[in-house]
Design a protein around this ligand. Structure first.
Ligand code: NAD
Length: 357
């Protein structure tokens, strides 16, 4: 060790079952939670998968509720809670991406039901005690230990059906957690080493998945990396990049993973001078000399959109976005307040146009 370490490490209590075909352990894992009546949650798009999961659970399943919606509107939570009560469910099985896991979290927040998550994207929500619920057009987020999934089954085979665009953008979403974790105020050596490994595993996987989306080794690398990056997100604080994405996604209704993919290189370029060690660690994991440019290339050379203009943002909205990002103070390695509005507005302009940092 070459420096003096001072940190607090608090491992989050979740059980992870990882592997191709690991879904076959579902019944065992539901039993281990002491559950007898699991309700299976999914989006309408993944209803068929949820029905397979339900069939696999047999009498341990009380049915499928395939109405999860992006951003977890409060009305959908109320309806889903009604269903858990009607079915006398004693466990929530969430099979899908962050939207489905988000619905399970919102139900668990009120009911205290345990969650078994089966993630099928790289978003990482399954490893965090963070929830978000949208009410009257505003997404309220918070932390509660009850919403952390008790068990997570990562079955690589379930990610084979991820379309090319969400494969690369969701992978960039995962990298974003690790990248900001590396300069987090409350980081520690264990989380930093998970972050570096997570970035490296995903960076290895993206080019292969672009060429052959059903390569099981690359899918395994990507999901393993997503677990590591999700663990970082669940353990340490995030900064400017996540704030930018929250504002852009929440206020202008832009697609979650695509916003992360577009903004990350620019947020890191902004923070580079204040977090040189983290930037070096990211560059090392990517095997490039410059982290922001390397991430821009990794995304755009493999099918991700380059600019906010490509994902539905209008240039007229950039001023409001800059105002919102600097309006409330939060920790970032480089200060972000009213005094930095010009630089943040410029960052957004570059992200809008898709300029390589
Ligand atoms: P998503 O869950 O919205 O999924 C996008 C679409 O892809 C859905 O229609 C889904 O059914 C489909 N899909 C998912 N996996 C698939 C697969 N393997 N094959 C085919 N289709 C598949 O997208 P996401 O990016 O995973 O999640 C985004 C949401 O998660 C956002 O609302 C974000 O705020 C939230 N999130 C929360 C946290 C947290 O810690 N609370 C962390 C990350 C993301």
């Amino acid at each position: 060790m070459s420096s003096i370490h001072n940190f607090i490490f608090k491992g989050l209590p979740s059980r992870v079952v990882f592997g191709a075909g690991s879904l076959q352990n579902l019944k065992r894992e539901v039993d281990a939670l002491g559950a007898r009546r699991a309700l299976i949650l999914a989006t309408p798009h993944q209803k068929e998968l949820a029905q397979d999961v339900s069939a696999q659970l047999g009498e341990r399943s009380v049915g499928v509720y395939a109405h999860a919606i992006m951003h977890v509107p409060i009305e959908s939570v109320t309806q889903a809670i009604g269903e858990t009560e009607r079915q006398r469910a004693d466990c929530l099985v969430a099979v899908g991406g962050g939207s489905t896991i988000g619905l399970a979290k919102a139900i668990a927040l009120q009911s205290g039901l345990p969650i078994l998550a089966i993630p099928t994207t790289y978003a990482g929500s399954e490893m965090t005690p963070v929830y978000g619920i949208t009410e009257a057009g505003r997404k309220r987020t918070g932390q509660d230990p009850r919403v952390l999934p008790r068990t997570v089954i990562y079955d690589v085979e379930l990610t084979l059906s991820l379309a090319p665009l969400i494969t690369v953008t969701s992978a960039m979403n995962a990298i974003a957690h690790a990248a900001e974790g590396l300069y987090a105020q409350n980081s520690n050596p264990v989380i930093s080493s998970m972050a570096e490994q997570g970035i490296a595993a995903i960076a290895r996987a993206i080019p292969t998945l672009h060429r052959s989306p059903s390569d099981l080794i690359a899918r395994s690398d990507a999901l393993y990396g997503a677990w590591l990056c999700g663990t970082v997100l669940g353990n340490v604080g995030m900064a400017l990049h996540h704030k930018l994405c929250h504002v852009l996604g929440g206020t202008f209704n832009l697609p979650h993973s695509e916003v992360h993919s577009v903004v990350l290189p620019h947020a890191l370029a902004f923070n580079a001078s204040a977090a040189p060690t983290a930037l070096q660690q990211i560059a090392r994991a990517l095997e490039v000399s410059d982290a922001p440019a390397g991430l821009f290339d990794l995304a755009t050379h493999h099918g991700a959109p380059a600019g906010l203009k490509d994902i539905g943002m209008s240039e007229a909205e950039l001023d409001l976005a800059a105002d919102l990002v600097v309006s409330q103070p939060y920790w970032n390695p480089r200060p972000v307040g009213i005094e930095q509005r010009i630089q943040i507005r410029m960052l957004l302009q570059h992200a809008f146009e898709g300029i390589r940092p």
